[in-house]
Design a protein around this ligand. Sequence first.
Ligand code: GLC
Length: 716
Amino acid sequence: MDIKALISKMSFREKVYQLLQLTSDFFSGSGDVDLTGPIQDFKIAPEDMKLIGSVLNTRSAEDLIAIQKKYIEQNPSGIPLIFMLNVVHGYRTVYPVNLGLACSFDTELVFECSKMAAKEAALEGCSVTFGPMVDIARDARWGRAMESSGEDPYLGAKIAEATVKGFEGDMGKYNLATCVKHFAAYGAAEAGMDYNTVDMSERTLREYFLPTYKAAVDAGARTLMTAFNIVDGIPAVANKHLLCDILRGEWGYKGLIISDFCAAKELMAHGVAEDHKAAAEMVMNAGLDMEMMSVAYINYLEELVAEGRVSLKQIDDAVYRVLKLKEECGLFESPYGHLDLDEAKAVILSEEHRAIARRAAEEGAVLLENDGILPLAESVESIALIGPHTDNGEIIGKWSCMGKPCDTVTVLEGMKKLYTGSRIECARGVFAAFDSKDESGIAEAVKIAERCDTVILTLGEEPDDSGEGRSKMYIDLPDVQYKLLDEIYKVNKNIIVLLFTGRPLSVVRLREKARAVLCAWWPGTEGGNAIANLISGRVSPSGKLAMTFPYSVGQCPIYYNHYNSGRPRPDDQRRYNYKCAYIDGPNSPLYSFGYGLSYTSFSYSEVKLSDTVLKKGGKITASVELTNTGNREGTETVQLYIRDLVGSVTRPVKELRGFERVTLGKDESKVVSFDIDEETLAFYGQDLQRRAEAGEFHIFIGGDSRVSSPAKFTLV
Ligand code: GLC
């Protein structure tokens, strides 16, 4: 396809309309499209609909086919629409929300999940996914922590890379182009308030918040979505420093840049554009190619070109990137891309795909507490399954694309399928709504608990409590859920809690009465089977927290890779004055980054270094011997952290720089090694140049970020 020749034949009007993306209801009038932003009342003439560049959020393959069929017959240059969807944790076979999947620390699994989702979506005609979402999230009040890979840039970068490669593959029949989002630092919104101000130093931005986007770009992401928030006072969608200097300039990104939903128009609310025309000029001159659900370009680019404030070349370049993307997605060969409804039927929700989703739910779950009540023998006489998520297909979570609750294996179904010899009784007990005060179901639940051996409580958020626009100022369970726990505790002490949530929760009170707490996140289509496998011990929990669980919301934002301060905060509970500490609670979190229990136990030898001096240009190896000291097989994610004791700028008390999942049988041991070189130690100095600095370093290798007793070496 000679794209430049095609562009040369297009009218100006055709060009600017190619730079617009609208939701599918503008085409099919379906009306119930999954609007993820403010509803717009654009005045777009019906005859211009055939010129639009792209569609987001179609409701089904049939919807997509109908829209494209009508469109391709009318488009004057034979240019097809390109369809984009939020395929963020599965298409129809839904795997755990991304924060849950990140807790697997399993990049190969992330790749498999992405590949599966891409195949299902591509076969139903989708070309681009609005993912990976790679925003670093340090604040549990922020509802979109659910879609992130948590607080750590090293883990997040590895996951971003695996996701892009899983979706894009070789851009063949079963692949989707990706859209790395939301550029940049969207997760750093003040107070965990979605869309709120992001304000940080350039160094913090580069050190902690940009690496995940760069990893996705380096992995070949073909599109990128700008964030809603400001960065250093300028909205990301109009931020030349981000889009021109860093993204296009330093990183050499050549792909399409699309705005988030209506973000171009929001420049006026941000107070940086006096009107829509000024907004159009700002975003075009910052390098935005395509507007999602805002119409600054189609309304003002003609005037702006006539006034010399935007050049025709800028527009041609943007159109080139749109058409290039369509070509790479095979749309000029077939306007329906890789659509194949027959193969889709065979693939979607296939046992192979369900198995991937099940494995993801198993590996993403994090065992937070267990006094030995788990694993629960399959011979248990009776189980009381109580709670709002017991028989709830909504445990696929939000942002589950074409996922349907009716496809879900619920907790009840999964437990019944496995505990065939046990009597299982169930009751809702309470509702999950954070503001529910309804205690009317507790009495019946208590009666069931009283006559069963073991109680499994399915507690947590509502699925709709996490995700976009779901900021919360309280991140504990509602009192009514603790009331249920307390009342059941009076008649039965054998309580296991399953936690369903899209964010870390400050569930301190749970461990007073629950003998085990398993965080299942929103586990997806195979949630019930995965949970039954974990409860029974057929699978040993192996998840490790990708995001810190605060002791209290008052600690947010809280993250492991914090600086030491000049008055280091004591982690014990004593009251302190004149220290970097709270006087009314602990400084340490409820559960730390990297933490997670299993059904066995592991011991770590002391860290051995191949040398205590690392010369510039050289490398040393750090090793430990990991032993399974328990009485059954288990998987441990061994984590490597560094600490740079003295730098030209202050350095964090720990930084993750390596991890490896290791499965060992009873009494088995394995030596786990990590290479360390200058790249491992590099950081942005006062001059914003990234380099390692000579001096002393500590190396920690353990099962979570609380690991102590480091080995020491010097970089010379
Ligand atoms: C939303 C979200 C973005 C999503 C887009 C399309 O507002 O911020 O993540 O991909 O709109 O639905």
